[in-house]
Each structure stands twice: as C-alpha cells, then as structure tokens.
Ligand binder design. Sequence first.
Ligand SMILES: [Fe+2]
Ligand SMILES: [Fe+2]
Length: 323
Amino acid sequence: MTEAAGRDAGPDLESHFEATISHDQRIEPRDWMPEGYRSTLIRQIAQHAHSEIIGMQPEGEWITKAPSLRRKAILFAKVQDEAGHGLYLYSAAETLGADRADLTERLIEGRQKYSSIFNYPTLSYADVGVIGWFVDGAAICNQVPLCRSSYGPYARAMVRICKEESFHQRQGYELLMTMMRGTDAQREMVQDAVNRWWWPSLMMFGPPDDDSPNSARSMAWKIKRHSNDELRRRFVDMTVPQAARLGVTLPDPELRWNEERGHHDFGTPDFTELKEVISGNGPCNAQRIERRRAAHEEGAWVRAAAGAHAAKQAARAREEAVA
Ligand SMILES: [Fe+2]
Ligand SMILES: [Fe+2]
C-alpha cells in the first residue's frame, strides 16, 4: 500500500504534503507522504520505542532491591510507564505500515538501534535517582518539541509520554534529595552516580551537529525541531541550577556560566565512546539484548494465547451478526 502511494505521487499530492508541512499542520496516516519521510519516521519511532523497552532493564533490576515499599511502588510504576511508552510508539509506527513483530526482530538481531544510555550499568540505588533526574530530564528536552512533530500519531503519543516523563524526573530528583539529607555514605553514593551518568547523559542528544547527517532533512520535514547541540545546551542550562540545589558537583571542569551568551559553557563529551556504545560495544549491550531476546521467547505463549482469544472473539462476533 505504502509503496504504491509513494510511486503514484502526482504534483498535487506532493505540493499538498509540502503545504501541510509549511503551514505547521499535521500529516496523518491517510495522507500521501514521500517514502523518505515515511522511512525516516519509522526508523526514528522504532528506535524510540526500543529505547523505552530496553530502558526498563537498568532500573528494573532495582525493583526487588528497593529500600522501602514506597520506593518499590514508585519504581514499579515508573518502569511500567516505560513499557506503556514503548507500546504507544510501536502503535504509532504501525500507522506508517511498519510491522511490530518485524521491528522487535530487528531489535533483537541488532539491526535497529536504541538509545546509547541504557547500555551503562546501574551500580547503586542512587543510580535510580540519577537516571530519573538526568535520563528522563534529557528525554523531556528531546521529547517536548516532538509534541509539535509534523506526524500526527507521533506528536499525540508524545503529549502523554511527556507528562509521565515529568513525573519520572521529579521522582528521581526527590529520591536524590532524600539521600542528600541522609548520611555521608548516601551523599557519596549520589555524587558517584552523578559522576558516572553525567557524560553518557550528554551523549543522549547524539553526535555534534556537524557530524549528524540526517538532522537537516528531519528538521526540514519538521519531524525534529531543534538540533542536537541546541538540545544538549538546553539540558545543561536546565540541570546546572538543579545540581546546585541538590548539593552535588557536575564532573566537568569547563562548566561555567557565560554571561555574554546567556548559556553555560561546557566540555565536549567523548563522542568516540558514543560511537562505540552505539555500535554494540558498550558495557551492557550484549546483556540488554540477550535479556530482551529471552523475554521475547518466553512471551511467545502469551502472544499465541492472545491471538487465539482474539480470533475466537472475532468468530463469535461474526456468528452473532449472522444470527
Ligand atoms: Fe519513557
Ligand atoms: Fe521515563
């Protein structure tokens, strides 16, 4: 269906698409769209969905080790939200003609990527707080502009996701505030987690603008609204005062307020490390994919049962319609 739609594009369809984009209106699944737009969106939404699902693992490890029932309930809710985000996003990809089973195959075979950040280990409970504060905070910087993305189903999914990300960020920050009011050992745990997660969090915004070949096209199509470096700067500006209130030091000797620019100056993340982690060589890549593959295989009977149930329901509905 999609290829035919792409091939048969007349000048009318193409100019209608261009006009919709330039008027800041939404492209919907029924509309004609260039194949490049469709495939770029499928890739981006799939990577985003995979990140939500893989992102359940680093924190999920702490559910059974949470220090109180309250913390366990909060963490459980948060990790479950991430599963929900993954599901909305796979559904958004399906509106573009993608097949969800195929996307999952691509993920577990290593043919499709997910966010580099989830390939780092969670060594202490403070990591749960720092992930909420930094990683969900970075996700908010990335995703709030996506609520205005030109593709309707993606933009609408983002509205709800962003509300939940904001809860995630606050729960992380509140957890860290509590630890900072605790013992010296707890404060050290927080500082250690901040030191380990700061640079990988800055890498979440992707390579620098002059090394990000697909960005310009995504921005022209209004899939993406701001460049990687712009979003990274926004995250730093947002996080520095929060770090001061919390009483932790961000591990960057170059970090300082630049009065003239009205922004912080900061050091350059190690983009060689980013490339390594993205290409599969991060500390936990193999473990994350292995775990995802095992969960997928163990869940086969659930999918089969749900499919059989749906078929039975449909058959019953047909019988009732005839009767
Ligand atoms: Fe999420
Ligand atoms: Fe989140």
